[in-house]
Design a protein around this ligand. Structure first.
Ligand code: SF4
Length: 331
């Protein structure tokens, strides 16, 4: 008979001699297996520690060097290509083009461009007419004229399954006329509970990083690519990014920032439409439809690996310098 006997022996129905030392023990047919169980438990805990360390190390490697897959059949290592970034259905020239194709005038198109916020600019043969067509989904919120209005229009969004698991929709926070927009990946547990981006430990670290380069949290605008939390903080799925990214485009269109700071690999790769690893994205300026954009480590990654604080510090100092240069040029 197997019994669970906290503090008591099933044979004598009294306190077990070793019960003072331990809170519980197992008794099987009158024989105590307490020591065996303790050994098993400590081995299990050690294994869990090793697995946690391994997971953390892999996560850090992935942040820095990108995703790699080991092919089971060939045992060759291939660079993992995230379909979202190359085949995104919200890419202005992919699936959304289906929507604007319907709206296109029949005039012969001689040139097409994508402007600052993803609007497709079509130059027609007549030369003087420029037709601008929205890459946004054909949804009412596209017509929002302020961040508040946009928030109200999309806060009940159910375009992807994350709407079923979220506690709160996390729109964004900060100055609606901010010159700097900080873009992260998705809300975490604290953000999901409070409905505000970057409020947990990572948020506090972000505040310190901003303060270190003379920006106040309320002076900039902070948001994420996804507005709802992926369960267990997993990476956003391509279809979730496809569904949610147009909301970010609209936010940027309304704010019209001078510069964008992307936090983490996913935010950088998504906005820049690239699969390059964070290690090669950070430390330099990119162009996001005419807006200077820099990618650096996500504060949550800095909490896991403090060695990345130094390169982050260098990135944000560079970011601040470019911001000051831009401001001085504009008088
Ligand atoms: S993550 Fe974005 S697309 Fe998905 S439900 Fe939330 S707001 Fe809608």
């Amino acid at each position: 008979m197997l019994s669970w006997a906290p503090w008591w022996c099933v044979l004598c129905l009294g306190p077990h001699p070793t019960a003072k030392k331990r809170k519980s023990f197992l008794v099987f047919s009158g024989k105590s297996y307490e020591d065996d169980v303790s050994k098993m438990m400590s081995t299990r805990e050690e294994l869990l520690h090793i697995l946690n360390d391994l997971e953390r190390a892999l996560q850090q490697e992935r942040e820095l060097f990108g995703e790699y897959l080991l092919s089971e059949s060939s045992k060759e290592v291939h660079q993992h290509v995230t379909p979202t970034l190359t085949d995104s259905p919200v890419s202005p020239l992919s699936s959304t083009s289906m929507a604007y194709k319907k709206k296109e005038l029949k005039a012969h198109v001689v040139k097409e461009e994508v402007d600052l916020f993803g609007n497709r600019v079509v130059y027609k043969k007549e030369g003087t007419t420029v037709q601008m067509l929205h890459p946004f989904p054909d949804e009412p919120w596209v017509g929002a004229t302020s961040l508040d209005e946009l928030n109200q229009m999309i806060c009940t969004c159910t375009k992807c399954p994350l709407s079923h698991t979220r506690t709160n929709f996390v729109f964004g926070v900060g100055n609606p006329k901010a010159e700097v927009v900080v873009v992260g990946e998705a809300p975490g547990a604290d953000e999901d509970l409070q409905g505000e981006p970057f409020v947990g430990r990572a948020g506090q670290l972000l505040n310190k990083i901003l303060e270190a380069i003379n920006f106040k949290r309320e002076e900039v605008y902070i948001c994420n690519i996804l507005k709802c939390r992926p369960p267990n903080n997993r990476d956003p799925l391509p279809e979730e990014v496809d569904a949610c990214e147009p909301h970010l485009w609209k936010q940027l269109e309304l704010i019209k920032p001078k510069m964008i700071l992307c936090l983490g690999r996913i935010a950088g790769q998504t906005l820049l439409r690239t699969t390059e690893p964070l290690g090669s994205l950070r430390g330099k300026m990119h162009d996001y439809r005419g807006i200077p954009l820099m990618v650096t480590y996500h504060p949550a990654a800095l909490l896991r690996n403090p060695n990345w604080k130094r390169p982050t510090w260098e990135d944000v100092q560079k970011f601040r310098k470019l911001y000051d240069d831009l401001k001085s040029k504009q008088g």
